[in-house]
Design a protein around this ligand. Structure first.
Ligand SMILES: Cc1cc2nc3c(=O)[nH]c(=O)nc-3n(C[C@H](O)[C@H](O)[C@H](O)COP(=O)(O)OP(=O)(O)OC[C@H]3O[C@@H](n4cnc5c(N)ncnc54)[C@H](O)[C@@H]3O)c2cc1C
Length: 408
């Protein structure tokens, strides 16, 4: 039985796609209606307003990970900056921090006041042990040297937050959270694109100067195409199995309890992540590292053992939030890249087809700004992050292996 997230619970079923006809032609077809797909459509519209763009989504907007995540806008590539500096180098770490800040700021500007549940009260990274505590202290120093203001709090202050058994905390004032499904819909509304839901793409072929997308509803032709499928890319094109690996993440939500937590929290290197909604529900995800083998693949299901670990975490570390009954559990499929960063590139041998994938559990934090780089690549325009995000970096040699970049 497929799961449905807290955010997807009150979505209506998408209407059937209009049957495509051979007369249906676009300048750009974007495949995938998650945060990456709708953001790419949005940026294509911003960069070249007259373009005719279509988004082809197999189920409904935000059906994938984009509708199932925690809605955290992580700042930087890992919950602690020292880890990013160690694995990717200082310059890349700083640029990734800027990219995620630009995502947050860009969303605020693009969505201009629309209620997408955005809360910009900062975020907390809590240390689960001494080693993580030491990395948070180092992160504070490194970030401040790089001109980014964050604050380290010692364990006693972290306890004052109401959490138990943690070491110190890093306060990140620019951290934020949002409602991911509302965000995807708001961007789709502002993209000027035609949205075709229940329209899975079954094949992609270039014929002459056109790309033909074979869908369950007929063929759609476009001059260019972008595959924004993240974890699902290898399902359409198995050659990409080495680039993006499907990894499951699970979450739960409880009935409302008195609101005590006003900021999102990451702990245990991002392997646990927790937030409380203004209406009191507690959302909690993670524990994947305790079940690494079981959490590989596309199976949309929750498991009693991992869910029990989530509940134990809540009782042990946030007892004041643990009183609500669990009212929903769900899962989603993330797409992990070899170095933990999203990758953008033209498909080999396809002059008119681009792909973006590999958000490695951080697509809400990276997606909107990354999509600008995708749109720029499609239009032949420069983007300051195109080198950082280009898939060609992976053939130049790995930055470093990254399997731990939380949350999720
Ligand atoms: C439980 C969980 C918690 C997470 N928490 C966070 C978080 O707090 N912050 C954060 O930044 N990230 C988080 N993530 C990761 C984040 O959700 C993803 O990185 C991001 O949503 C990826 O977006 P996307 O648009 O690339 O892919 P997706 O959202 O997966 O979108 C791909 C879309 O393509 C569609 N599709 C698939 N195949 C086809 C086809 N053949 N034709 C047409 N359409 C197709 C799918 O239906 C889907 O809608 C979490 C993920 C999970 C699962």
């Amino acid at each position: 039985v497929a799961t449905r997230s807290h955010w997807q619970a009150d979505l209506r079923d998408a209407p059937d796609a209009l049957v495509a006809t051979s007369a249906e032609r676009y300048d750009v077809a974007v495949v995938g209606g998650g945060i990456a797909g709708v953001s790419t459509a949005y940026w294509l519209h911003r960069l070249e307003p007259g373009l005719r763009v279509v988004v082809l989504e197999g189920e409904h907007l935000a059906a994938g990970a984009s509708g199932r995540n925690a809605g955290f806008l992580l700042q930087g590539a890992d919950p602690d900056y020292a880890t990013t500096v160690d694995r990717l180098g200082r310059d890349v770490a700083r640029r990734l921090w800027e990219l995620t800040m630009e995502t947050r700021q860009g969303l605020v500007e693009a969505l201009g006041g629309e209620d997408v549940g955005l809360e910009e009260h900062g975020s907390f990274v809590l240390a689960g042990d001494e080693a993580e505590d030491e990395r948070l202290q180092r992160s504070e120093v490194l970030l401040r040297e790089d001109g980014i203001s964050v604050f380290y709090l010692p364990p006693a202050a972290a306890e004052a937050l109401g959490c138990r058994g943690m070491k110190g905390a890093l306060v990140v004032p620019t951290g934020a959270v949002l409602h991911p499904v509302r965000t995807v819909h708001a961007l789709a509304d502002r993209s000027g694109a035609a949205i075709r839901e229940r329209c899975p793409v079954l094949g992609v072929a270039t014929t002459g100067d056109n790309v033909e997308l074979r869908t369950s509803q007929g063929a759609v032709r476009a001059e260019k195409a972008v595959l924004a499928l993240n974890a699902f890319l290898p399902r359409l094109l198995p050659d990409f199995e080495a680039l993006v690996r499907p990894v499951r993440a699970q979450m739960l939500v409880t009935a409302p309890v008195t609101r005590r937590l006003h900021v999102p929290v990451y702990s245990h290197v991002g392997y646990f992540y927790l937030r409380q909604l203004p209406t009191g529900e507690v959302l909690l995800g993670g524990a994947r590292h305790l079940h690494a083998d079981a959490e590989r693949g596309y199976d949309d299901a929750t498991t009693p053992v991992l869910q029990a670990d989530l509940e134990s975490y809540l009782h042990e570390h946030f007892p004041s939030l643990a009183g609500g009954e669990v009212v929903r559990r769900w899962s989603g499929t993330m797409g992990f890249s070899p170095d933990g960063l999203p990758a953008i590139g033209r498909l080999p041998g396809e002059a008119h087809v681009w792909g973006v994938a590999g958000f490695t559990g951080h697509g809400m934090a990276y997606g909107f700004r990354t999509a600008r780089a995708v749109a720029a690549a499609v239009l032949g325009l420069p983007d300051e992050y195109s080198d950082l995000l280009s898939v060609s970096r992976l053939s130049r040699g790995p930055h470093a292996s990254a399997d731990s970049s939380g949350p999720a």
